[in-house]
Design a protein around this ligand. Structure first.
Ligand SMILES: C[S@@+](CC[C@H](N)C(=O)[O-])C[C@H]1O[C@@H](n2cnc3c(N)ncnc32)[C@H](O)[C@@H]1O
Length: 248
């Protein structure tokens, strides 16, 4: 696959997770970010472990179809690996990451990868949506919205989450996270994330969930969310949880 000109946060995460699906430009950006912030591998391991616990919790509720936004690289404990009985549609807007994902999932009949702008679910190919998330709009599904909130302003994020709430069937569950104000103490690292990057305080994030109802676990530092043992000692860079569209 041709070397992209620009790094991607998703492929930098693959590098930090010890994966093999990134390019030299991603490694250079990951190393520069670590130079400005500090080591990142443990933070992203803990974030991926949270994804695993959240997706398993949703699958344990009987949900067997997942739609993933801003999916990044579909390996290293990603949705179809932690919920192997489920069907999964991964979506992203980055063409290089989408091609990588499509190559990785080429032999799978349970997981697919396509273009999808989270802010407009109409951009998802309906054939892919109905194949991998059967009963979309009629049966409860899992919506995975991780690593994305930081790239959307408040109005866009609130509208997007509300449109998703409207689109899914009652009983559906959202896995969501947001970036804390951790990078405020690391201005050089913050600058590397670009001017559109948004950090949020918990009180600022809560109203953006709109009608989605967080479970009693709350929206907490991801290492603490239903931790199976002592939480990993990582900075509270991400807060997250799951939230439901209640069944009638
Ligand atoms: C920080 S990465 C997170 C990747 C993955 N969710 C994870 O946790 O490892 C953010 C991803 O969101 C994608 N992205 C950014 N804006 C998006 C949008 N409007 N809709 C869908 N994906 C988007 C980027 O291309 C990138 O792959």
């Amino acid at each position: 696959m041709a070397e992209p000109d620009q790094p991607s946060t998703a492929r930098m995460i693959d590098f930090w997770l010890g994966g093999g699906h990134h390019f030299p430009v991603d490694v250079a950006a990951a190393r520069a970010f670590e130079g400005a912030y500090g080591p990142c591998a443990a933070i992203f391991r803990s974030l991926r472990d949270f994804l695993g616990r959240a997706v398993r919790a949703i699958a344990d509720d009987g949900v067997d179809g997942f739609l993933v936004f801003g999916a990044g690289v579909p390996t290293r404990g990603n949705v179809h690996e932690v919920a192997p009985e489920a069907t999964v549609l991964y979506t992203d807007v980055d063409p290089v990451t989408i091609r990588l994902g499509q190559r990785l999932l080429a032999d799978s009949d349970r997981a697919g990868y396509g273009f999808g702008d989270a802010t407009d679910i109409g951009t998802i190919d309906p054939a892919q949506l109905h194949r991998f998330v059967p009963g979309w709009g009629r049966r409860p599904v899992g919506v995975v919205f991780l690593g994305l909130a930081a790239f959307l302003d408040d109005a866009t994020l609130a509208r997007t989450l509300d449109e998703l709430y409207e689109a899914v069937a009652p009983g559906s569950v959202l896995a969501v996270d947001f970036d804390s104000e951790e990078l405020a103490a690391h201005p050089q690292a913050l600058a590397m994330m670009g001017p559109a990057f948004r950090m949020r305080a918990p009180a600022a994030f809560a109203p953006l969930l709109g009608r989605w109802q967080p479970t009693d676990d709350g929206i907490v530092p991801v290492a603490r969310w239903r931790a199976e043992g002592p939480p990993e000692p990582v900075p509270d860079a991400f807060l997250g949880g799951i939230a439901r569209k209640p069944a009638p």
